[in-house]
Structure formats: structure tokens, C-alpha cells
Design a protein around this ligand. Structure first.
Ligand SMILES: Cc1cc2nc3c(=O)[nH]c(=O)nc-3n(C[C@H](O)[C@H](O)[C@H](O)COP(=O)(O)OP(=O)(O)OC[C@H]3O[C@@H](n4cnc5c(N)ncnc54)[C@H](O)[C@@H]3O)c2cc1C
Length: 382
């Protein structure tokens, strides 16, 4: 069996300084009444917040200056995202663009895409969604059927995507589509394109989730034209790009801090003299959190060195989202309160909200079964 470890990383001085800056910014935001800590911080879409965060330089921090970045390390970005999530900041508008679409464009996009799009993302003005899943292709992404056909100067796309978060409010998607038939190599023939949601031929239809929220969409392409220079990477390279992108998508603090505010609420609720059983349960959660932080920051350190730690990232997501799902269950056991979104009690309301969202934590970004098969392969077990 292959082995790996999550080596501890020492935060560079600039990352430590950045933490103080983010904390001061978020405190000023709250003091000015601009936001109340959200439970689902990275799902809360607030463009005005994103613009203010950008003015402080908190978006696109690792990117080159010529594309609007600050050339800081992934560890500095780790600190910024960790603080934003822990304090329930509404960072959902710029989240996907900052976390994965921007880095993809930077690595594999055309010069026009880089010059036109990256500075706008860094300014907090331009938002992205992910167009991977299809009605018959979720875990098995190689089965994607949405088709791009070559035409003069570009490609014409037909087909549909599903569960596309925020497609109705973002400016662009990066979509994985088929540019040639599946041959002997199941993973061949797939290519990624930047889709401009303002152009004709692409429409988003709402799908409401368990809590009645509209975040998901079904996206349809009908003869949508995409120019050659909006291809990301080269033709047929889609699979390898999607898998390397997942190391960014799966390893961040967003995979264990989605409902951190509920843990904060639980600790407040239990007070300063909890019973022994309560102290043990909360102590266990906090110990898990510390381990997850170490794992996640360790992956950020590897990304900084240009590595693609896919196995470690899958482990962070599997364990992190399991942790996120445990918080509401433990809260329910320890606090005798009816979860309800209609009661005038913030803890009861938060609990109800998280209980409705929690099943999705272990689905989005790859289900636990799929992650475990990635981990088993990474360990040489299959
Ligand atoms: C909140 C949320 C947001 C999302 N946002 C987006 C988005 O923005 N863009 C996007 O493209 N997608 C998005 N998704 C879709 C998500 O990526 C898929 O739901 C996920 O990959 C699973 O695919 P599926 O729903 O088709 O389930 P299926 O692939 O049909 O899986 C059904 C069940 O079978 C299991 N299974 C499947 N294959 C195997 C296997 N080989 N071995 C063992 N078990 C297996 C799965 O683990 C699962 O339990 C989102 C999902 C959620 C919940």
C-alpha cells in the first residue's frame, strides 16, 4: 500500500498578517450592519460584499499582478478563505471563480480569456458556475453527452447540464462537453469551454432544493456558439483538467466549515459550564476540526509547490463533509429544541436550515463513494 502524510505547514509571515487584515475587514462589515454571519457562507450570493472584499485584495490573491492578482501564496489564500467561512461572510458570488475557474483559466486559458476575464474576477465583478453534471452523468463524468461540433471559428454546443449552482446569476460557466466520440479511452474526447451566459443559445431553468431555495439550475444549450479562444486547454484534454481542478475544489476549508456557525451557536448554547457529556462531544468535534485544518493547509502547501495532491484532497473532502454532517446531529442530541425555520430563535432556525442542507454536503463535488474509490486508487488498493 502506498502511503502519504499530511505534513504540518508553517504559515508565512504575510499569511499571518493577512489573517489580521481579514478579521479587521469582517468586523468592520458586521459593525456597519452589512452582514449577519451566514450559516451557508459560501452559498450566500452577495455581489456587493464581493466587490468590497476585492477592494481589500482578497480575491485572486495567488494570481500574477498582470491579471489582477497579488502573487501571494496558496497559504495566504487558505487563511483568507478560512476566516471568511469561519465568520459566516457571504462570499458565494465570487467563490467558484476564485477557487477554481480563475485558476483553470490562468493555467490553461487563451491569452484573451486571461486578459479579459481574470482582472474582472479579481475586481469582484465577474462570477462563475461549474457545468459538469448532466441528467445521466454525475459521478460518471466520462459519460457526458453534451456535444460541441466544429464550425468556422469555433464550436456549436447542444445538450444540457443539471444541478448547475448559480447558473441564473453568474456571468460564465466552464462546461465539460464532448468534442469527439468516446473511443477505447473512456476519458478521451472531452473538452472544456468558457460559456458566456449573456449570449444567445444558453438558458438556465430553476430547480428548487429541499429548503425551497433556488441555487440549482438545469442549463440547456441550443446551437450555442463558442469561439475557439474560449476553449480551456486543448481539444480532448478535458478529463485531465477536470481531475486536476478537483484538487482545488475538494481540499479547501469550505469542505469542513459549511456549518461552522452552527458549532459556534452550539458552544454558546451550552454555556461556560457544560455537562461532562456535552464537553466530550464538543471537545471531539473541535479535535476533528483541528485535524481537518492541518490536512487542508497541508494540501494548500502542496498546491503551492505545483503538485496535484488528488488523493489527499479526496480524503479532506470525505472526512471534512462527514464532520459537517455530524455537527447538526450532535447539536440535536445535546440541545432539546425543535428545529424550525419559523421560530424566533436563531439556534432553532440555524439547526433547521443546516438539517435541510446537510445531505448535500457529501454529494456536491463528488459523492463519498466516489471519493473513497479515488482514495483507494491513490493508496494502490485498487
Ligand atoms: C448542493 C449541490 C451543488 C451542486 N452543484 C453542481 C454544480 O454547480 N455543477 C455541477 O456540474 N454539478 C453540481 N452538483 C452535482 C454533483 O456533482 C452530483 O450530484 C454528484 O457528482 C453525484 O452525481 P449524481 O447526482 O448524478 O448521482 P449518481 O452519480 O447517479 O450517484 C447516485 C449514487 O450512486 C453512487 N455511485 C455512483 N457511481 C458509483 C460507483 N462507481 N461506485 C459506488 N457508488 C457509486 C453515488 O455515490 C450516489 O450515492 C451539485 C450537487 C449538489 C448536491
Amino acid at each position: 500500500m502506498r502511503e502519504f502524510e499530511f505534513k504540518g505547514v508553517r504559515l508565512p509571515a504575510e499569511a499571518v498578517e493577512e489573517r489580521a487584515r481579514v478579521r479587521a475587514f469582517l468586523k468592520a462589515e458586521r459593525d456597519a450592519g452589512r452582514y449577519l454571519p451566514h450559516l451557508s457562507s459560501w452559498s450566500s450570493f452577495d455581489p456587493e460584499f464581493s466587490k468590497r472584499a476585492s477592494a481589500e485584495g482578497f480575491i485572486g490573491v495567488t494570481w500574477p499582478r498582470e491579471y489582477g492578482g497579488r502573487e501571494q501564496s496558496s497559504l495566504t489564500r487558505f487563511v483568507i478563505t478560512e476566516e471568511m467561512l469561519a465568520q459566516g461572510a457571504p462570499c458565494g458570488a465570487h467563490w467558484i471563480a476564485d477557487r477554481q475557474s480563475g485558476p483553470q483559466i490562468l493555467r490553461h486559458g487563451s491569452e484573451r480569456a486571461k486578459r479579459d476575464i481574470l482582472p474582472r474576477i479579481a475586481r469582484g465583478e465577474c462570477y462563475f458556475g461549474i457545468g459538469m453534471s448532466e441528467p445521466d452523468s454525475g459521478s460518471d463524468l466520462a459519460a457526458v453527452r453534451t456535444r460541441a461540433t466544429r464550425v468556422d471559428g469555433g464550436w456549436v454546443i447542444n445538450g444540457s447540464k443539471i444541478w448547475t449552482t448559480n447558473a441564473h446569476v453568474v456571468h460564465y460557466l466552464i462546461a465539460l462537453v464532448r468534442t469527439s466520440d468516446m473511443g477505447e479511452d473512456r476519458h478521451g474526447g472531452l473538452t472544456q469551454f468558457i460559456i458566456d451566459m449573456s449570449k444567445p443559445g444558453v438558458t438556465a431553468r430553476p430547480i428548487h432544493d429541499l429548503g425551497g431555495n433556488h441555487e440549482f439550475n438545469e442549463v440547456s444549450f441550443q446551437d450555442y456558439f463558442v469561439p475557439d479562444d474560449m476553449m480551456v486547454g486543448s481539444e480532448g484534454q478535458g478529463w485531465s483538467m477536470v481531475t486536476s481542478e478537483l484538487a482545488f475544489e475538494r481540499s479547501g476549508p469550505d469542505r469542513f466549515l459549511s456549518d461552522f456557525q452552527l458549532l459556534v451557536g452550539l458552544v454558546d448554547r451550552l454555556g461556560t459550564s457544560p455537562e461532562r457529556r456535552e464537553a466530550i462531544e464538543v471537545g471531539r468535534l473541535v479535535a476533528h476540526l483541528a485535524s481537518l485544518r492541518r490536512m487542508s493547509s497541508s494540501v494548500a502547501g502542496l498546491l503551492d509547490k505545483g503538485q496535484s495532491p488528488n488523493t489527499q484532497a479526496a480524503l479532506v473532502k470525505d472526512m471534512g463533509t462527514g464532520f459537517e454532517r455530524e455537527i447538526p446531529e450532535i447539536a440535536r442530541r445535546l440541545v432539546a429544541i425543535e428545529p424550525s425555520r419559523d421560530r424566533d430563535d436563531r439556534f432553532s432556525e440555524s439547526l433547521a436550515d443546516v438539517l435541510l442542507r446537510a445531505p448535500s454536503f457529501t454529494l456536491r463535488g463528488g459523492t463519498r463513494e466516489i471519493l473513497r474509490s479515488v482514495i483507494a486508487r491513490g493508496l494502490g488498493l485498487r
